[in-house]
Design a protein around this ligand. Structure first.
Ligand code: HEM
Length: 208
């Protein structure tokens, strides 16, 4: 690592992130295929319709448990502050790249933090509703109305998570220099100075 390079994620954080991401892709594909025949072809990713139906709930549990790992590692840096709420209110400046007008950003910005907690809430809803509709193991233990309600909650939460992840991936590509943070683990010092100046000061102060 050169002097101009800063470690943003450890190897464990990156492995953890990519396990979650791979699970998400498999779940989104097989979930859409279960939801509507127009997406049936996506079952091929898991070896056909039968395998997709069997594997989807198990991969869901793996994703939930892996996300708990990400939460344990990143929760503290995703705590929402008054500056984050102000950052969100100035979304016009965010979208116009007027970062100089925004409150100083720490390791994560307001958008990343709110999305983090939204992901956590949606994953919890997906897990609980997923267990309720999981045939033949769990669904027979619940009243029909609860299973029907769970099916709706599951579909709505999945839709919101997919929409949220589209924003997450778009933002990662939009802010140049971000993807390498999750692939190589490092970012350039000018990238940190531009997008996360308060974090840079924290690192330099040695109290990270
Ligand atoms: C599927 C493709 C995905 C791509 C290409 C991707 C890309 C990235 C990148 C580049 C970062 C680093 C951003 C930065 O440090 O500023 C990141 C961070 C992160 N990603 Fe992803 N990601 C993907 C999927 C997911 C999924 C499925 C989840 C969870 C449901 C997730 C959760 C996170 C979290 C929690 C962080 C740390 C930032 C934060 O706490 O807000 N990612 N991702």
């Amino acid at each position: 690592m050169s002097a101009d390079t800063i470690q943003r994620y450890s190897t464990q954080e990156r492995l953890n992130h990519w396990v979650v991401a791979i699970c998400f892709i498999l779940l989104a594909a097989s979930g859409l295929a279960l939801f509507h025949p127009a997406f049936f072809f996506l079952n091929n990713l898991l070896g056909g319709g039968t395998w997709a139906r069997i594997l989807h709930p198990f991969i869901g549990v793996v994703m939930f448990v892996s996300f708990l790992g990400l939460m344990a590692r990143l929760r503290a840096d995703n705590r929402i502050t008054a500056a984050d709420r102000q950052w969100m209110r100035q979304y016009r400046d965010v979208l116009a790249n007027r970062e100089d007008r925004l409150p100083e950003v720490g390791r994560f910005n307001g958008g990343q933090k709110y999305l983090f907690w939204l992901m956590a809430a949606l994953l919890l809803l997906l897990l609980v509703s997923g267990v309720l509709v999981w045939q033949p193991w769990f669904a027979p233990y619940f009243p029909v109305w609860a299973v029907r309600l769970a099916a709706v909650v599951h579909a709505v939460s999945a839709f919101l998570l997919i929409a949220g992840l589209i924003v997450h991936i778009y933002a990662a590509l939009w802010v140049k220099g971000s993807v390498r943070a999750m692939t190589r683990g490092t970012v350039s010092a000018p990238w940190v100075q531009k997008h996360h100046p308060a974090w840079l000061r924290q690192i330099k102060g040695g109290n990270k």
